[in-house]
Every structure is written in C-alpha cells, then in structure tokens.
Design a protein around this ligand. Structure first.
Ligand SMILES: [Mg+2]
Length: 231
C-alpha cells in the first residue's frame, strides 16, 4: 500500500461510516449461526410451522422478496420491528473489548457512524461489548432505513442525509462486496474488509472494481492511514 497516496486520498473525509457485523469485529460464524437459528424460530412460532417447513418458507421469501422479513410483512402482516428485535437477541459474550480499534477510531478526524442492516439495539449491544460506544456519533439501523436494507441506493442516500454527510466526503467500510458496490454507486469512497470468506464465496458482485481499497484487517488499514506504526 502506498501510504502517501492513501493519506491524501482520505484527507477530505468528513464522515467515516462503518458496517457493524463482521466489520467492527472479525467474522464469527458463531454469532451468524445464532441469528440464523433465531430467524428460523421466529418463522416457526409466527406461522406455526415445524423447523423443516420454516426453512422452506424462509428460502422462498428470500428468493421472492430478497429478505425473509419482507415476505413476512407482505404475506403475513408481521411487524418488522418485532422480527428484527427478536432475531438480534443474541449471546454476544464471545465479543471482547478492542482497545486497539478504539485508539484508531479516536485518532481519525471528524465524525464516525455505524450503518447496519441489523437492529438498533443490536448495534448498541455490540458497540458496548467492543468498548466502542463513545467512538460513534450515530447509528443508522434497519429501523432508520425503514426496513429497506443495504445495498438499496435510497438507503445510502437516507443515511447520508440523516448524518448531514456529502457522499464525496464520506467513506464506507463493509465486509459485504454487494454493500460496498452500493456505497460506491451512492458516490462514497469504499474500503472492503475482505476477511469474511463466506461473503467472498456467496456474495459476488458483477464488477471487478467495486471497491476503492481492500484490506483483510480494519486495524491494519486504519493504522496505515494514521501512520501509526505501533498499532
Ligand atoms: Mg457485515
């Protein structure tokens, strides 16, 4: 990485926007598995199905509507907030405080935000576990997105407007290639956190240059940007 180019490229950044899960902490299949289980449980209890039937319905809604929650809303009048809160009630004890990341975030100039497809309370809980609550000026969750998840363009625009950010002066960090492409289409600078092997396999995007920067490790990238050799 050419550090001088890197630094000049980020000199005008006023808003640092971070995805939450698998971006502010390294991918843990364990948390993802808990969430998948909660989604299945929610479908089972709401539609009165057994596990096998619920899995079939879930896959069908995902294919037809792009997300289980939309299928439940359209076909069963489910309250999306109820769904989101239920599926994000997770055991986060595997997440530990990350003082190195906190130091990097604290040293970045201007404001930092979290932009997640997850629940607001989930974001609050994760930040608390990581010891990063104080680093962020705001959280934009699926609730603020009116349940239209990334990578929908309108959701990026709404997030930018909410935080009074100009796309050209903002950067998005995300582990999902599709979400990074979405950020690029919204006019933001993009850094893809490429450590999530599952995402690399299943979430391919239709263009090679979907990101401006790629790094397997957020702290390494931010340290280079801050020229912090000790991190
Ligand atoms: Mg993520």
């Amino acid at each position: 990485m050419d550090y001088n180019t890197l630094q000049s490229d980020f000199r005008n950044i006023k808003g640092w926007v971070f995805d939450l899960d698998d971006t502010l902490y390294p991918p843990t299949g364990e948390i993802y598995a808990q969430m998948a289980k909660r989604i299945c449980e929610y479908v089972m209890k709401t539609l009165n199905l057994d596990e096998k039937e619920a899995t079939v319905i879930q896959k069908e809604y995902y294919r037809k509507y792009g997300a289980t929650v939309w299928g439940l809303m359209v076909e069963h009048d489910v309250d999306p907030e109820d769904f989101t809160n239920y599926v994000h009630e997770l055991d986060l004890s595997s997440l530990k405080k990350n003082p190195r990341l906190k130091k990097c975030l604290d040293n970045l100039p201007n404001k930092k935000f979290v932009f997640t497809n997850g629940a607001y309370q989930h974001a609050e809980r994760v930040l608390e576990r990581l010891g990063l609550t104080e680093c962020f000026s705001g959280i934009f969750s699926i609730r603020e997105a009116e349940y239209i998840p990334k990578p929908a363009l309108q959701t990026y625009l709404k997030m930018l407007e909410t935080f009074s950010l100009n796309a050209k002066e903002s950067v998005m960090f995300d582990d999902s290639p599709a979400n990074i492409l979405g950020a690029k289409r919204a006019g933001m600078r993009t850094v893809w956190i490429s450590s999530n092997v599952e995402n690399n396999k299943y979430c391919s995007v239709d263009t090679q240059d979907f990101c401006d920067y790629e790094t397997p490790d957020l702290i390494t990238f931010l340290s280079a940007l801050l020229m912090d050799k000790s991190a």
